[in-house]
Design a protein around this ligand. Structure first.
Ligand SMILES: Cc1cc2nc3c(=O)[nH]c(=O)nc-3n(C[C@H](O)[C@H](O)[C@H](O)COP(=O)(O)O)c2cc1C
Length: 161
């Protein structure tokens, strides 16, 4: 049964992003709904990665993460990055990408994106770890509105939280 808190969060209907990472030849990415701008000056962006996810394990050693904003026509990418885990599947072998700063994978299909230089991370916030990012290399394209949580909520996560 959903709580009033669950209902409020669902009402905000977060835009869905894919966060990618690469360290020492290990690469991965996952679908993320927990994220927000966190400062204006200096510009800062916050993302939370589940401790259960392989993306999170790699990100602990990363200097850069890439944030890709999915369009509502990109449900298949959400299924790949949210429904599969890099523990079992090489998700990046299934899509086109190029290395960005620090080798972080930049998804060709997602021109709405930025690279985040890792400023700091914090473990004490629950079952997800917080990363604070300095956004660089941002690109924005004319594209459909964002894919929302309400459209992605049926995807069974590759790792339960
Ligand atoms: C709608 C939806 C929202 C999600 N939000 C997050 C999130 O905010 N942070 C996170 O780390 N994982 C989130 N996940 C879960 C991961 O995307 C999923 O477990 C993924 O398979 C992990 O892959 P990995 O083990 O290769 O990193 C979400 C999944 C779904 C379906």
């Amino acid at each position: 049964m959903s709580t009033p808190f669950d209902d409020l969060v669902a009402r905000m209907d977060a835009a869905m992003i894919v966060v990618t990472v690469a360290v020492d030849g290990e690469r991965d990415g996952c679908l993320v709904g927990f994220h927000s701008q966190a400062s204006i000056e200096p510009p800062r962006y916050a993302v939370w990665l589940s401790k259960a996810n392989r993306t999170c394990t790699i990100a602990r050693h990363a200097h850069h993460l890439a944030v890709h904003v999915l369009g509502e026509d990109q449900h298949a990418l959400a299924e790949l990055f949210g429904g599969e885990t890099g523990d079992e599947v090489d998700k990046l072998a299934a899509v086109s990408w190029e290395p960005g700063p620090g080798g972080v994978p930049l998804l060709t299909e997602c021109p709405n994106r930025f690279v985040g230089r890792v400023i700091e991370s914090a473990e004490g916030t629950g079952d997800h770890i917080l990363w604070i990012l300095d956004p660089t290399d941002a690109t924005a394209a004319d594209s459909p509105p964002p894919l929302r949580l309400s459209a992605a909520v049926g995807i069974e996560p590759g790792h339960p939280a």
